[in-house]
Design a protein around this ligand. Structure first.
Ligand SMILES: *[C@@H]1O[C@H](CO)[C@@H](O)[C@H](O)[C@H]1NC(C)=O
Ligand SMILES: *[C@@H]1O[C@H](CO)[C@@H](O)[C@H](O)[C@H]1NC(C)=O
Ligand SMILES: *[C@@H]1O[C@H](CO)[C@@H](O)[C@H](O)[C@H]1NC(C)=O
Ligand SMILES: *[C@@H]1O[C@H](CO)[C@@H](O)[C@H](O)[C@H]1NC(C)=O
Ligand SMILES: *[C@@H]1O[C@H](CO)[C@@H](O)[C@H](O)[C@H]1NC(C)=O
Ligand SMILES: *[C@@H]1O[C@H](CO)[C@@H](O)[C@H](O)[C@H]1NC(C)=O
Ligand SMILES: *[C@@H]1O[C@H](CO)[C@@H](O)[C@H](O)[C@H]1NC(C)=O
Length: 514
C-alpha cells in the first residue's frame, strides 16, 4: 500500500488521502506520509520476505533453471552461462529468511548443474562472486547454524563438491605467464579473451577461492589467487599508483604490469578495495598486509578524492581519477563505499573511518531522494564544466546531475545503509532502507517479477528493460531484509569479532576458524 501511494504521489496523478494543504511541497508531503505509515521493523522484514517469495515464484514458474527471469514477457535469459544464476544467488537469502521450501528447491537442483556445459564465454569474476560465493555460503550456513533447513544431507555435501568441480573447471584461467588470470574463458577449447584484465575482476576472487581452499583442504585454490593478488598489492609501474594505495584499472596478464592510472571506488575497481579489509576480517593472521593496503587506500581517498559539490557543500562524494586529475563523477555501483568505510572503521576501531563512511552514505541517500522515482541513477556527476543547462536547476538543488538515468536493481545504496545501521543503531538508516525498498517496489515491479528500468527521474521509471538481475535475489532483498531484522550470528558488527563476512554478491561466508 505504501508503495503504490508513494508512486502516485511522485507521479502527481492522485490526490493525497491524508489531510495536507493542497500546495504542500512534495518532500514535506512524503515525510508526513512516511511518518503516518511508518511500520515496525518486523512488518517491514515480513514485507521483504513476501517480495522475495513473489519474485522466486515468478522466476521458478517462468525461468528456472535458467539464469534470470524476463518478467514483462514471462521469458528467461541465460547471461551467466545457463547454470541457474538466480537460483544459486537466491540460496543464501532464502536461508537467512528461513524459507525452507525454497532452500530445498535450490539445493536439490545444484547437483544437476554441469559446469562443462555452456555455449558462451565464462567470466571468472562473475562466476566466482555469484556461483562459487553462493554455493560456499549455502554450504557454510547449512553445515552450521541453519543445518535444520536442509531435508537432504547429501544435497548439502553436494554444495561443496559442486564448488570444487566449478573451481576445477575455472582454474586454467590462472595459467598465464604472470599468474594474473584471464577473465573471459571459453571452456570448450580452454580459450581466453586475451591478455587484458581489470582491477576488480582480478581483485575480487580471493575471498571465495581461499574459503574453498580452507573447506576442501586443497591449498592450490588459495595459492592461485594469492599469486594474482600479489600484483595488486605491489603494483608496477609506480605511475599506476597515482595516490598511495589507489591504483589503475587495466592489467596485462602476460606481464602483471598495470596499463593505466585511471580509477576510483567505481565499477571495474570497486571490490578490489572492498576485499582488502574483508580478507582481514576473514583471517587476520594471514591477511594483515591486505588490511594495511586498505588503510593506505582509505586514507588517500579521504585526503585526495573526497569532494563536495559547489551547489551542495554539505554533501560528500568520492571522485574518480585519471592520474592525479580528478573526475567529478560517481556511480550507483560506487555507493558501496560508505558501507565499506564503516565496516573498516568498526573492525579497526577507527571512528574517523566510520564518520567518513556515514558522510558517503548520506551523499548516496541524496541521489535517491532527489529523483522523481526516489531511486538513485546509475551514473551522476558534479563537474560544473560539463553541466547541461537542462539540469542546472536540478544540480543547484541536489548537488549532482544525472549522466546515466537507468536503475538495474542494484543494491549498493541499501547495502551501505545496512552497514550504517549496524554500526550506529540509528533507526534513520532503517527508514532510509525502507523508503528505498518501497520506491523500488513501486517502480520496478512488473509482470511476474521486478525489472531494471530506463529512467529514475521520470515517474514510472521510463520503461522496463525486461530483465531481472540475479543480484536482485542475492543482494537487494537480503540487505533490505537484514537491516530490518534482529540479531543473528551472520549479522555484521554484532560486537567482538564478526563471525561471517559478506562477499561482494552479499553471500555470507564464515570466517576462518581460530
Ligand atoms: C509493492 O507493490 C505492490 C504492487 O504495487 C503493492 O501491492 C505492495 O503493497 C507493495 N509493497 C510495499 C512494501 O510497498
Ligand atoms: C567440470 O564440472 C563438472 C561437473 O559439473 C565435472 O564433472 C568436471 O569434471 C569438471 N571439469 C574439470 C576440468 O574439472
Ligand atoms: C556435461 O557437459 C559436457 C559438455 O557438453 C558433456 O560432454 C558431458 O557429457 C556433460 N556431463 C553430463 C553428466 O551430462
Ligand atoms: C538426496 O540428494 C541426493 C543428491 O545430492 C540424491 O541423489 C538423492 O536422491 C536425494 N535423496 C532424496 C530422498 O531425495
Ligand atoms: C587442487 O586443485 C587444483 C586446481 O583446480 C587441481 O588441479 C588439483 O588436482 C587439486 N588437487 C587435488 C588433490 O584434488
Ligand atoms: C601485454 O604485454 C605483452 C608483453 O609485453 C605484449 O606483447 C602485449 O601486447 C601486452 N598486451 C596489451 C593488451 O597491452
Ligand atoms: C544555479 O545556481 C547558479 C549559481 O548560484 C545560478 O547562477 C543559476 O542561475 C542557477 N540556475 C538555475 C537554473 O537555477
Amino acid at each position: 500500500m505504501v508503495g503504490s501511494r508513494l508512486f502516485a504521489l511522485v507521479a502527481g496523478t492522485a490526490p493525497l488521502v491524508c489531510a495536507l494543504p493542497a500546495n504542500t511541497p512534495i518532500d514535506i508531503a512524503l515525510e508526513h506520509w512516511n511518518k503516518r505509515q511508518s511500520s515496525a521493523p518486523v512488518d517491514r522484514a515480513q514485507a521483504v520476505v513476501d517480495t522475495f517469495k513473489l519474485s522466486w515464484e515468478g522466476y521458478y514458474r517462468y525461468a528456472f533453471p535458467n539464469d534470470e527471469l524476463k518478467p514483462v514477457t514471462n521469458g528467461f535469459g541465460n547471461s551467466r552461462n545457463g547454470w541457474g544464476a538466480s537460483a544459486v544467488d537466491a540460496l543464501s537469502t532464502a536461508l537467512v529468511m528461513g524459507e525452507k521450501d525454497i532452500v530445498n528447491q535450490i539445493i536439490s537442483y545444484v547437483p544437476q548443474i554441469n559446469w562443462s556445459q555452456t555455449d558462451i564465454s565464462v567470466s571468472l569474476f562473475e562466476t566466482t562472486i555469484r556461483y562459487l560465493g553462493g554455493l560456499l555460503s549455502g554450504y557454510d550456513l547449512l553445515s552450521g547454524p541453519l543445518s535444520n533447513l536442509a531435508t537432504n544431507k547429501s544435497d548439502v555435501a553436494a554444495l561443496l563438491t559442486q564448488s570444487i568441480n566449478l573451481a576445477n573447471n575455472l582454474s586454467y584461467a590462472f595459467e598465464t605467464p604472470s599468474g594474473v588470470p584471464w577473465n573471459g574463458l571459453t571452456f570448450s577449447n580452454r580459450g581466453n579473451d586475451g591478455d587484458n584484465n581489470g582491477l576488480a575482476t582480478v581483485g575480487t576472487l580471493i575471498l571465495e577461492w581461499v574459503r574453498l581452499a580452507d573447506l576442501s583442504g586443497n591449498a592450490t585454490y588459495a595459492t592461485l589467487v594469492e599469486k594474482a593478488e600479489s600484483y595488486l598489492l605491489n603494483p608496477s609501474p609506480a605511475s599506476s599508483e597515482p595516490f598511495p594505495g589507489l591504483l589503475g584499472m587495466n592489467i596485462n596478464t602476460t606481464t602483471g604490469q598495470f596499463q593505466d592510472a585511471v580509477g576510483g571506488w567505481i565499477g571495474g575497481a570497486d571490490s578490489f578495495y572492498e576485499y582488502l579489509i574483508k580478507m582481514w576480517i576473514y583471517d587476520p593472521a594471514r591477511y594483515s598486509t591486505l588490511k594495511d593496503r586498505w588503510i593506505i587506500a582509505a586514507d588517500s581517498s579521504i585526503q585526495y578524492l573526497a569532494s563536495h559539490p559547489s551547489s551542495r557543500p554539505d554533501i560528500t562524494f568520492l571522485a574518480a581519477y585519471d592520474g592525479r586529475t580528478l573526475d567529478l563523477t560517481s556511480q550507483h555501483l560506487a555507493c558501496f563505499d560508505g558501507g565499506n568505510f564503516i565496516l573498516g572503521g568498526q573492525v579497526l576501531a577507527r571512528q574517523d573511518y566510520i564518520d567518513f563512511g556515514l558522510a558517503l552514505v548520506n551523499g548516496c541517500h541524496e541521489t535517491y531522494t532527489a529523483t522523481a522515482t526516489r531511486i538513485g541513477p546509475e551514473i551522476f556527476s558534479w563537474d560544473t564544466t560539463k553541466l547541461p543547462a537542462s539540469q542546472a536547476a536540478f544540480y543547484n538543488a541536489s548537488g549532482f546531475y544525472i549522466t546515466n538515468p537507468s536503475y538495474a536493481l542494484r543494491p549498493e545504496v541499501i547495502e551501505s545503509y545496512y552497514y550504517a545501521f549496524r554500526a550506529t543503531g540509528d533507526s534513520k538508516y532503517q527508514d532510509w532502507a525502507w523508503d528505498a525498498f518501497v520506491a523500488i517496489n513501486a517502480t520496478t515491479r512488473v509482470g511476474s517479477g521486478y525489472s531494471s528500468i530506463r529512467n529514475v527521474n521520470v515517474a514510472g521509471g521510463g520503461g522496463f528493460t525486461d530483465f531481472q538481475e540475479s543480484f536482485w535475489f542475492a543482494e537487494v532483498l537480503k540487505y533490505s531484509y537484514l537491516i530490518q531484522s534482529g540479531d543473528a550470528e551472520w549479522q555484521v558488527g554484532g560486537g567482538g569479532r564478526d563471525k561471517w563476512v559478506f562477499n561482494t554478491e552479499a553471500h555470507p561466508v564464515k570466517v576462518a576458524a581460530g
